[in-house]
Design a protein around this ligand. Structure first.
Ligand code: G16
Length: 543
């Protein structure tokens, strides 16, 4: 076993996006592609000697090979200890939990989240810092800048480590501890929620279906829902993580989790349905014949947080990404706590959480979380809902309808135009930006524009500035249309159009969402010329 210095050639495209570096598996399989990126990361981090690193991924194709590569590089950079999940598995929230609990200096998570897996699918790598959260943009940009001039990497030539047997081994001077990927996370959940009340709910015959989509959450959901909480066996479906997710697109929304939605719409629907994504940080909540939008989920959790033991003292504030509906803003106002609007990307919540300014955060992209860690957390959101259902004795539908009656309803939808031509997408955004200055005061359909800008965020904690984070057109009645390009896709560009309309009158809360938003959908097309630029008559995904 010796440490080798290996000459390498830089890859130009190693720039992390919204959440780490995501590329096709075949890109990651190129010679030294992963070695280069990890070397750039370690060079950027500086002295790693004596430190602890957490390592794991969502189990997708290439996960195991990548874990072995990273272990060999970590050993060559002086890490004292690496905690790796058994089988190379750690969900994103579990990795965040383990980093914090064991005082690690950071962690590497191998995942392309909700993107499809398998040999022709996507792979990804992201680095989380000592607070357990995604690396800030300053760090990921520095890694990328370093990668373009990289000419060598250093790695041990040690053989593969046995990832399937818990216990300790060594590579060079570094200890590799293979740990149970579920235990620390399950313990954290037990401290936040009223497990006794949820157990009693299941004991009374409450029924649930949790779709793990053949991705990483299966073992966590089985252990917690069926093991600790006594839900009947079979409550968790698609529970075994598969390298290709069994062909599922592990993106928990009504389009990709269509079978769960169909089950929940049926006559014999369970009381509660939920799904999670590839790496376990997203969640979808479904009641019997009642889908909950992620934006509403955040608002309902915020309004009822004190029902859960971990939040009994109340919440300090709420944060949501800019395109997420403003439903949570109304709750924050009523509670007398601040509501922060951040750019898309969980990394922007980190400073607010660390500074104690917010307790709950959420995004329209099926992500919800709190200060219990620094990632969004799919199963946590499901357990929070179970806690509310157990404590209130109400159904999902009643909880949300009562919420609307009190705060008003924010009708909300996202229209995605996936895999469109990148140049056309950039032109659309440029043309839109060029129009912004003249839009305020203009009448668009039944709406009048109050504000039109390209969202710019100044972090209230460290003063860092993030520009061009999405074009928003806000109407005088609070309705909004937001346009931005996705930072997580791997094929061409994806245009996201976010539509929101506020309705205070409970008599108007029953409309089908797309019907309620029809006027704004027309405004979006009129303002941005979507079909002309993209060549698409309709979005590819509507959620
Ligand atoms: C990531 C980020 C989220 C973001 C989502 C969608 O989620 O962590 O903050 O909302 O991507 O980003 P975009 O609209 O740029 O595609 P995940 O679950 O993919 O890690």
């Amino acid at each position: 076993m010796t440490i080798q210095t290996v000459a390498t050639t830089p890859y130009p495209g190693q720039r992390p996006g919204t959440s780490g570096l995501r590329k096709k598996v075949t890109v990651f399989q190129q010679p030294a592609y992963l070695d280069n990126f990890v070397q750039s990361l370690f060079d950027t981090l500086g002295d790693c000697s004596g430190k602890t690193l957490v390592l794991g991924g969502d189990g997708r194709y290439h996960n195991r090979a990548a874990v072995q590569t990273i272990l060999r590089l970590a050993a060559a950079h002086g890490y004292a200890r690496v905690l790796v999940g058994r089988g190379g598995i750690l969900s994103t929230p579990a990795a965040s939990c383990v980093i914090r609990k064991h005082g690690a200096s950071g962690g590497i998570i191998l995942s392309a989240s909700h993107n499809p897996g398998g040999p022709d699918g996507d792979f990804g790598i992201k680095y989380n810092i000592a607070n357990g959260g995604p690396a800030p943009e300053a760090l990921t940009e520095a890694v990328w800048q370093h990668s373009v001039a990289l000419h060598r990497y250093r790695a041990s030539d040690a053989p593969d480590v046995d990832l399937d047997t818990p216990g300790s081994t060594r590579i060079e001077q570094m200890t590799v501890d293979v740990i149970d990927p579920v235990a620390d996370y399950a313990q954290l959940m037990e401290g936040l929620f009223d497990f006794a009340a949820i157990r009693a709910l299941f004991a009374r015959g409450f029924t649930m279906r949790f779709d793990a989509m053949s991705a990483v959450t299966g073992p966590y959901a089985k252990a917690i829902l069926e093991g600790m909480l006594g839900a009947p066996a079979g409550t968790v479906i698609n529970a075994v993580p598969l390298e290709d997710f069994g062909g599922h697109h592990p993106d928990p929304n009504p389009v990709n989790a269509a079978s769960l939605i169909a089950l929940m719409a049926g006559e014999d629907a369970p009381d509660f349905g939920a799904a999670s994504d590839g790496d376990g940080d997203r969640n979808m909540i479904v009641g019997r014949r009642f889908d909950v939008t992620p934006s509403d989920s955040l608002a309902v959790l915020a309004a009822n947080a004190t029902m859960a033991p971990g939040y009994r003292a109340g919440i300090r504030g709420v944060a949501r990404s800019m395109p997420t509906s403003r439903a949570a803003d109304r709750v924050a106002l009523a509670l007398g706590v601040p509501c922060f609007e951040t750019p898309t990307g969980w990394k922007y919540f980190g400073n607010l959480l660390d500074a104690g300014k917010v307790t709950l955060c959420g995004e329209e992209s099926y992500g919800t979380g709190s200060d219990h860690m620094r990632e969004k957390d799919g199963l946590w959101a499901v357990l929070f809902w179970l806690n509310l259902l157990a404590a209130s004795g109400k159904s999902v539908a009643v909880l949300v309808q009562e919420h609307w009656a009190r705060f008003g309803r924010n009708y909300y939808s996202r229209h995605d135009y996936e895999a469109i031509d990148s140049a056309a997408a950039a032109e659309l955004m440029d043309a839109l930006r060029a129009r912004l200055g003249g839009l305020a005061g203009q009448r668009l359909g039944e709406y009048t524009v109050e504000l039109a800008d390209d969202f710019c965020y100044t972090d209230p904690v460290d003063g860092s500035v993030a520009r061009q984070q999405g074009v928003r057109i806000v109407m005088t009645d609070g309705s909004r249309v937001v346009f931005r390009l996705s930072g997580t896709g791997t094929e061409g560009a994806t245009l996201r159009v976010y539509l929101e309309r506020y309705e205070a009158d409970p008599a108007q809360h029953h409309l089908p969402t797309q019907q309620a938003l029809a006027g704004l959908i027309a405004v979006a097309e009129h303002v941005a010329g979507i079909s002309a630029y993209t060549g698409r008559a309709a979005p590819s995904v509507v959620t």
